[in-house]
Design a protein around this ligand. Sequence first.
Ligand SMILES: [Mn+2]
Length: 491
Amino acid sequence: MALPGTLEFERVIKRTKLTPLAVEVLKSRFPDAPDPVKRWLPSKPRWERVLPDLDVLSHELKALKKRRGKIVLYGHDDMDGITGLFIGLKILRNEGYTVVPLIPRREIETYGIRPGRLQGVLEPGDLLLTVDYGCSAVEGVAWARRNGSSVIITDHHMLNPPLPDANGIIDPQPSGPPAADLAGCAVLYAALTSILPRYENDPQLLAATALGTISDRVPLSEWNRYLLHCFSLIRTDHLTEGLKLLMEEWPCREGNWTGSMVRSHITSTIGKGYNSGISNMLDFMFSYDRRWCKALWKQMVKSSEERGQLLSELVGRSMNLKDPEADAFGMIMVFMDDIPPGMGGTLASRLCRIHRRGTIVVTRREDGMLVGDTRSVGDWNMAGFLVSMRDAFSSAGGHYRAAGFSYESPDWHALRELLLSHMAEYPTCPVPPPHIDLFVDELPDPRVFTCLAPFGPGFLPVALKIGSMRYLLQLQQNGQPSWCITEDSGE
Ligand SMILES: [Mn+2]
């Protein structure tokens, strides 16, 4: 029996608050599930049953404590990586470890774990622990091991052999969803809290996990929904001032929100790459200095407005540059050789949203070589698409909805031919048909469906059909729901 006041108890309450029509929606979305309500919001997942190598992580942490080595925690400069670093730092420092975060700045440095980057930081006897990255870092991991360090990878990206020879690789991809839907930060959260369960209800960790999960656009499916629900129940009075401020910016945190509302209010404000707030985010999330946080946030809002203008300009120009042949395959493909560093992904996201189609944006790096950022909707596995042609790329990877590649040649025409010929062969559906949950005779009060929020990728807002009209549930900034006649997916 769950005790009142515990997260477990509250979870039960949320399930029982579903309206009959909301239950009908769940039945139609999960037709094969014996209990659609439980599929929608499961009980606490048994992470340890699915995540591999947790025993290796546990063993390495114990051994490290004995030999008094330090942890070098490697992550990337995006929200999933930064929130992952926050989670790792908070738990492991609290456990008495010396933890050194290592974050390459992608706008000025090359991608990935490289011996040159580890030299002077990672010493023999240390543990190199990664978050949201590492499953393709063959060279860097080999160097670290030769140098006398242990290496544990935690990642959620697709595993493409050859895999690095790490002591352990904690990546849920091979087991498929729901574990494979976890963001990188959530994989580290699940791994560490499986070993150290006393941290699982920590509001700071749940807030960071939710932020990384929404920013990374992973599906809001079972395990992610469980984490988001726990997050909706946290009390904010014990958060750092930085996290508190982010929670104040979170639209209708305890109620009705969608992933895109959060991304446009928080993730985009922080931004990525040049002139963004991402390089200060770790300090921000740990800060108890409200004035500093407020001032920094104000600055981030200003910079994001400037980036927004730049993005509008790029979107405007890219409209005339859409590749007509890619269009015929239902894809948006744009080549522009002057996209500022870090903006390619943002532009791809925006184009993907505007056109509701898979999008490939290619630009030129400073050294003249080509790099691509891709986003997708519908049944188009971007990482799968790129990885299936990885012989052509010096690096390619990512996940279902967001992936990237580097092409070590300046020849756009050759790359274009290659991408187009591959689009013709790769079996996929890049333009998703608009979903319909229920056919009804008259429009119900939209409030009967808000109990199903949050909505986002993998769990789109409710859509009803009356005759030939399709109505999509929309949430206002204040969480108020309304109906909108549209063929839009709502993602
Ligand atoms: Mn990620």
